[in-house]
Design a protein around this ligand. Structure first.
Ligand SMILES: Cc1cc2nc3c(=O)[nH]c(=O)nc-3n(C[C@H](O)[C@H](O)[C@H](O)COP(=O)(O)OP(=O)(O)OC[C@H]3O[C@@H](n4cnc5c(N)ncnc54)[C@H](O)[C@@H]3O)c2cc1C
Length: 259
């Protein structure tokens, strides 16, 4: 089974900064981590490989510093890692990101399964997975919480829903986005870290993937972030103290004037 995992490097939530000129996230010199959902996607790919054999390829579109995250992916069980990197990709919205990943995956060649995280903790749109599958013309299942069965031709999965889950079967090639409930990511082994140190990082530029320069980066992004600002502080807040009964009484007192 050949599994491609799309992983994104995101600013560590404690260190989010904005580029005041482009209104996009500053990524240079910022503490970065592997998007937490993608760690679960990578773990699921490695577990499927351990049972069914095959290869796990981790792919990221990002700046050169994303190499560090790809080495972490190797230490967690990925066999091959691909950095899709070019200054021309900067400022991409989800439309341009899914286009770039589509071109990169077509360059990488055949696969059975693509795994993505449900969403990235910075852009938070959850759009890239479904967008990429649509561009590749393959079926996709979002919010997968469990892979019940894997055969040579496809998967049976549980898709998380508000009121429980659906059981969904789909044939390869397919794309699935995963939620955190699907597994507990492993901690990199010493052997894995050693392998990661020596690992080759395959790097693909815009030219290498045959990208149309009008479809990538800021020029290729129909979505323009025109302004980013913290939400306005809401009205006066009150913390209710005491036993439940006392708190209910205080709450009623506060609500009565509004009735
Ligand atoms: C605060 C903020 C708000 C934004 N709002 C928007 C918006 O409203 N609309 C818009 O189009 N763009 C928006 N962007 C830009 C958006 O972050 C980028 O387009 C980004 O590359 C992909 O979108 P996402 O972060 O929402 O990822 P999601 O769609 O949430 O990511 C889902 C999954 O796709 C895969 N993936 C995502 N990016 C990559 C990558 N670079 N390499 C490999 N795999 C990847 C991962 O598996 C990830 O778990 C915003 C960015 C920021 C920082």
């Amino acid at each position: 089974m050949k599994i491609i995992v799309c992983i994104k490097q995101v600013p560590d939530a404690k260190d989010v900064r904005l580029d005041p000129v482009t209104n996009t996230l500053a990524r240079e010199g910022v503490q970065s981590i592997m998007n937490p959902y993608d760690q679960h996607a990578l773990e699921e790919a490695v577990r499927l490989k351990e049972v069914h054999g095959g290869e796990v390829v981790a792919v990221t579109m990002g700046p050169p510093q994303a190499e560090e995250m790809l080495r972490l992916a190797i230490s967690c069980g990925a066999d091959t890692v691909v950095l899709v990197s070019d200054r021309a990709f900067a400022g991409a919205d989800t439309w341009a990101t899914s286009y770039t990943l589509e071109k990169a995956l077509k360059k990488i060649g055949d696969y059975d399964l693509i795994l993505c995280g449900k969403q990235a903790i910075d852009g938070d749109t959850a759009q890239v997975g479904p967008g990429l599958a649509t561009r590749l013309g393959i079926p996709f299942v979002t919010c997968v919480q469990k892979v019940r069965e894997a055969t040579a031709t496809g998967l049976v999965m549980e898709r998380m829903m508000d009121d429980g889950y659906d059981v969904v079967a789909a044939d390869f090639p397919l794309l699935a986005t995963v939620v955190k409930d699907i597994n507990e990511p492993r901690v990199p082994s010493l052997k894995g870290k050693m392998k990661a140190k020596k690992a080759e990082i395959i790097t693909l530029s815009a030219a290498d993937i045959g990208a149309d320069t009008t479809c990538i980066g800021l020029p290729g992004s129909p979505t323009k972030v025109v302004d980013v600002f913290p939400p306005p502080a809401r009205g006066e807040r009150a913390v209710l103290e005491g036993s439940i009964d006392e708190q209910i009484e205080q709450l009623v007192d506060k609500l009565v004037p509004y009735l």
